[in-house]
Design a protein around this ligand. Structure first.
Ligand SMILES: NC(=O)c1ccc[n+]([C@@H]2O[C@H](COP(=O)([O-])OP(=O)(O)OC[C@H]3O[C@@H](n4cnc5c(N)ncnc54)[C@H](O)[C@@H]3O)[C@@H](O)[C@H]2O)c1
Ligand SMILES: [Zn+2]
Ligand SMILES: [Zn+2]
Length: 338
């Protein structure tokens, strides 16, 4: 099969023939129909993830059709249309049994722990726990986003941030994660302040429900306070500067949700956390059992993840698109069709 292969961190990957994944007991192999380009793929390519072993195939935000079903997997058949949370949980540990598959210690992530979906085929381990059946009327490009960024933002806003109607939510970074968060928080009745350095991203944020947009600058925090301050801030980029601004922009007792990865760590003003009783919340993916609520909101038109897709590219165009994330992010979500 054809796949995007990373041979050296930070060096342009190449598209070449590699062996197809073999279907293991308890797993399925999917024909990849669509896969999103997420900044976490860029982090992996840059060498920020210690789980990756080179040579490596990235890609973790995916949808496809089942091409092979491993021994012991029941209820799934060749041809079924599915997605999977990028966190493929084991289903049998203490965390999984408590419903917290997103923090399973035995989790396997395509495109990080093993070869991912920037390829014609990808394996999904622990299929019984992780496969999510797609509604018939959902296309694969839309479904791919449910594998990572849209679902991650759904959990971050709704289950972790517990955003409710009337709250002011500041979303820092309006790429795939941030625009999803804008759409989801807006559908919950929150007042959204969207912050980005890219005017096109801010235009999209307005389309998806942001009431206020701020072009990121040294003035960002003051502008948020002029609007009354934020009840909830979301770092949807992964930046020490953004974290500092977000914590400064919160109202007393505000909640900060960290989605963006911070490979170099972060300096936290713990004194402010204590004195203002701020809450720092980490958020990681979303387990498969939580998908039906999100899929219902998509089905009844409250959430429209298909609107986030602005670009569809081929596998051959993927290495350059991945490398380009070093300098800028094109507005909206990029989907790859292998
Ligand atoms: N926690 C999780 O489970 C999880 C899941 C998915 C992605 N992530 C992480 O979330 C982050 C966002 O991913 P993405 O794919 O949406 O990224 P992206 O590259 O699509 O979006 C980042 C956005 O931030 C903007 N930006 C750049 N500098 C800025 C600044 N100084 N202030 C405000 N905005 C700025 C960019 O213009 C872009 O629109 C990444 O760190 C990714 O690895 C985490
Ligand atoms: Zn991702
Ligand atoms: Zn587990």
């Amino acid at each position: 099969m054809r796949a995007v292969v990373v041979s050296e961190y930070g060096v342009l990957p190449e598209v070449r023939e590699v062996p197809e994944p073999v279907v293991a007991d308890g797993s399925v192999v999917l024909k990849v129909e669509a896969t999103g380009l997420c900044r976490s793929d860029w982090h992996g390519w840059m060498g920020h993830d210690s789980d990756i072993v080179l040579p490596h195939v990235p890609g973790h935000e995916l949808a496809g059709t089942i091409a092979a079903v491993g021994a012991g997997v029941s209820g799934w058949a060749v041809g079924d249309r599915v997605t999977t949370p990028f966190i493929c949980a084991c289903g049998s540990c203490e965390q999984c049994l408590a419903g917290d598959q997103q923090v399973c210690p035995n989790q396997l992530q395509p495109g990080f722990n093993y070869w991912g979906s920037f390829a014609e085929y990808v394996a999904v381990p622990y299929a019984a726990v992780n496969l999510v059946r797609l509604p018939d009327d959902m296309n694969f490009a839309t479904a791919a986003g449910l594998g990572c960024r849209f679902a991650t933002s759904f959990r971050a806003v709704h289950q972790v941030g517990k955003v409710v109607a009337g709250e002011r939510v500041a979303v820092f970074g309006c790429g795939g994660v941030g625009l999803s968060a804008v759409m989801i928080a807006s559908s919950l009745g929150a007042e959204i302040i969207a912050i980005d350095t890219n005017s096109e991203a801010l235009t999209l944020a307005r389309e998806y429900g942001a009431v206020h947009t701020i072009h990121a600058s040294a003035d960002t925090v003051a502008q948020i306070h002029e609007l009354g301050g934020a009840h909830v801030t979301i770092d949807a980029l992964g930046s020490n500067d953004v974290v500092q601004q977000a914590l400064q922009a919160l109202r007393p007792r505000g909640r900060h949700v960290q989605i963006g990865l911070l490979p170099s760590g972060v300096n936290l003003d713990v004194g402010r956390l204590i004195g203002q009783e701020l809450t720092w919340l980490g958020s990681h993916g979303m387990p498969a059992h939580a998908y039906p609520e999100m899929l219902d909101l998509v089905a009844n038109g409250n959430l429209n993840p298909q609107q986030l897709i602005t670009r569809t590219i081929t596998l051959e165009e993927t290495p350059a698109a991945l490398a380009a994330l070093t300098t800028a992010t094109p507005a909206g979500v990029t989907v790859i069709t292998p």
